[in-house]
Design a binder for this molecule. Structure first.
Ligand code: URA
Length: 440
């Protein structure tokens, strides 16, 4: 037997173990992730193991070990020597979620260092990297040395996982997307925390989304994920809080790559939609307090507002974009606009936000296969919010797309908006906050 058939036989055993609901050891998970990251495990075997883990689950200890194994598959973000506290936030994914583009530079303007390792679009959710790359010339595939330089120069960086940084997550993330194994609590926890631990953070704030446009559709499911994330983070020695927030409609008004960057820039320049501003301030304040940069949430909010209203946040963003090769002077590509109007009257009681995310992907703004190019120019702009009273013929959404592609998604638009005679109950944007128990 040669080395490669040994590996094949060993992985087969681990697939059987998970299929038969057996626990795996720390050493087995470490070996599996190491071999996979070094391209020693074929995708068909990894797909089978991932599905077995999805169906039968991993317990808390296995999830911790998987997180550490994924972290150890690569290097860490190098120190810059700035002495600033390192903080970050990560979202479980939604539609129109451009918080990272606004919050990373704002936190940097408040004196933190923000080494944000981000993802690409996954399923119906948009990816921060894809959005940023709508800016002409901007690169997110950076070497560790480039990451360190941008971070030292501007205080923040938004970059991709790579062959150096958490390579196991980079591969597994794409595999899960193609094998319907995204919505698994242990796999989400390990994926998010392995990336964040590689950043060498002092504080992490998590935005756990629930609702029609989130992986976790129900509030109890999202709260379970939030508790699981902060528990595993604590076991890894990382101070973390989780805000459970509503994703029952797109965040802000715009969704799609270019249009979200435009909305993020407008926000940094002082004109953002209220829900986006509220969430940026809530997550940012939590991060500043957790990193002990501010004593309490009101003073943290005041510091963030000062950085925002003075334009310092925008200046940091512009510097970061330049340092990553982007040119904010050149216009972002935006496709022609088409309007979709309401065929009926009533209160807007439900938005199928996932369907809107899928619709953007179908227009070309998302991937159905790994490595596919993305059309940054397509997207949408909401003209109504949940609870609004809608009249027949009133515009509900503007869709940025070539007209022939717009025609193809009209049937989805017809299903995405639900009207009723009775107004819906109001759902708070920040629905719960979960914090770690203070250490004794
Ligand atoms: N974000 C991640 O980084 N990983 C997941 O699995 C889901 C959301």
């Amino acid at each position: 037997m040669n080395a490669s058939s040994d590996v094949h036989a060993q992985v087969l055993e681990w697939i059987r173990a998970k299929r038969d609901r057996q626990r795996m050891t720390r050493e087995q998970l470490r070996k599996l992730m190491d071999l996979y990251a070094r391209d020693q495990v074929p995708e068909y075997q990894m797909a089978a193991w991932t599905m077995a883990a999805f169906i039968n689950g991993l317990d808390a200890e296995e999830t911790l070990w998987l997180t550490q194994a994924m972290l150890e598959s690569g290097s860490r973000v190098p120190e810059t020597g700035s002495g600033k506290p390192r903080v970050d936030k990560h979202s479980t994914g939604g539609v129109g979620d451009k918080v990272s583009l606004v919050l990373a530079p704002l936190l940097a303007a408040c004196g933190a260092e923000v080494p944000m390792i981000s993802g690409r679009g996954l399923g119906f959710t948009g990816g921060t990297l894809d959005k940023l790359e709508a800016i002409p010339g901007l690169r997110t595939e950076l070497s560790l040395d480039q990451i360190r330089r941008v971070l030292a120069e501007t205080g923040c960086v938004i970059a991709a996982q790579s062959r150096e940084l958490v390579p196991a997550d980079r591969k597994l993330y794409a595999l899960r997307d193609a094998t319907a194994t995204v919505e698994s609590l242990p796999l989400i926890v390990a994926s998010i925390l392995s990336k964040k631990l590689a950043e060498g953070l002092q504080a992490l704030v998590l935005d756990v989304k629930w609702g029609t446009g989130a992986f976790m559709q129900s509030l109890p499911q999202a709260r379970r994920l939030a508790r699981f994330l902060i528990q595993v983070a604590a076991e890894c020695g990382l101070p973390a809080s989780a805000l459970v927030t509503s994703m029952n409609q797109p965040l802000g008004l715009k969704a799609g790559c270019s249009v979200e960057v435009i909305e993020a820039v407008e926000t940094l320049r002082g004109q953002g939609p209220p829900d986006l501003v509220q969430l940026v301030l809530a997550l940012g304040a939590e991060a500043l307090v957790l990193a002990r940069m501010e004593p309490d949430l009101p003073s943290a909010q005041a510091r963030l507002k000062q950085a925002w209203q003075s334009g310092q946040g925008y200046e940091v963003f512009a510097r970061m974009v330049r340092a990553q090769g982007g040119d904010l002077e050149r216009p972002l590509p935006v496709a022609p606009v088409n309007q979709w109007c309401s065929p009926a009257e009533g209160y807007l009681v439900r938005i199928d936000t996932r369907l809107l995310g899928e619709l953007i992907a179908r227009l070309g703004g998302g991937r159905t296969r790994l490595g596919e190019p993305i059309d940054h120019s397509v997207g949408l702009e909401m003209r109504v919010r949940l609870g609004d009273r809608v009249r027949r013929g009133m515009p509900l959404v503007r869709v940025f797309a070539p007209p022939e592609r717009f025609e193809q998604v009209v049937p989805e638009l017809e299903k995405a908006f639900v009207l009723d005679e009775i107004p819906p109950a109001k759902v708070p944007l920040v629905t719960f906050v979960h914090r770690q128990e203070p250490s004794p």
